[in-house]
Design a binder for this molecule. Structure first.
Ligand code: DQA
Length: 147
């Protein structure tokens, strides 16, 4: 059974209480449960993580590259949070490892502030998903199953 890796960046640990009008009222634990359900439906094992640290995300992407090379990883669903809009290091890590990665955002970043319209992740991602709320995670896992 291949693994789907769900990676979450800064401030996503605050889901449930963080700007609920934008991100909804479900917690990150709720999102993990939703992802586990989706993985179960698509025959994936789930590895679900969150960090507030950019370098940790880089390390996890490198780990994903090794797992993909070993044939045990289906792909990565990455919500890089604000690092989406700032991080050349994440762009380089995705490019450098060649991993199959779906960029995910809970909110429709293109309908928000101008500084959220640019993504360093998108040019390195297989697909981009934004604006479906936390249900986007399940849709992204379904997308991975179809790749
Ligand atoms: C986000 C959108 C980002 O602009 C923001 O910095 C986040 C969350 C989203 O899921 O909608 O932290 O990635």
């Amino acid at each position: 059974m291949k693994t789907a890796l769900g990676l979450n960046g800064p401030n996503l640990n605050l889901l449930g209480t963080r700007e609920p009008a934008v991100y909804g009222s479900q917690t990150l634990d709720d999102v993990q449960a939703l992802c586990a359900h989706a993985c179960n439906a698509h025959g994936f094992a789930l590895d679900f993580r969150q960090t507030n640290h950019e370098g940790t995300l880089v390390d996890w992407l490198h780990e994903a590259g090794q797992l993909q090379a070993a044939g045990t990883l289906a792909g990565v669903v990455l919500n890089a949070g604000a690092y989406t809009h700032t991080s050349v290091a994440l762009h380089d890590a995705i490019k450098g490892t060649g991993i199959t990665l779906i960029e995910l955002h809970i909110s429709n970043v293109h309908a928000r502030e101008a500084f959220r319209h640019h993504s360093y992740i998108s040019p390195a991602a297989k697909a981009v998903m934004a604006g479906f709320g936390v249900n986007g995670y399940a849709l992204a896992i379904a997308g991975l199953a179809g790749i």
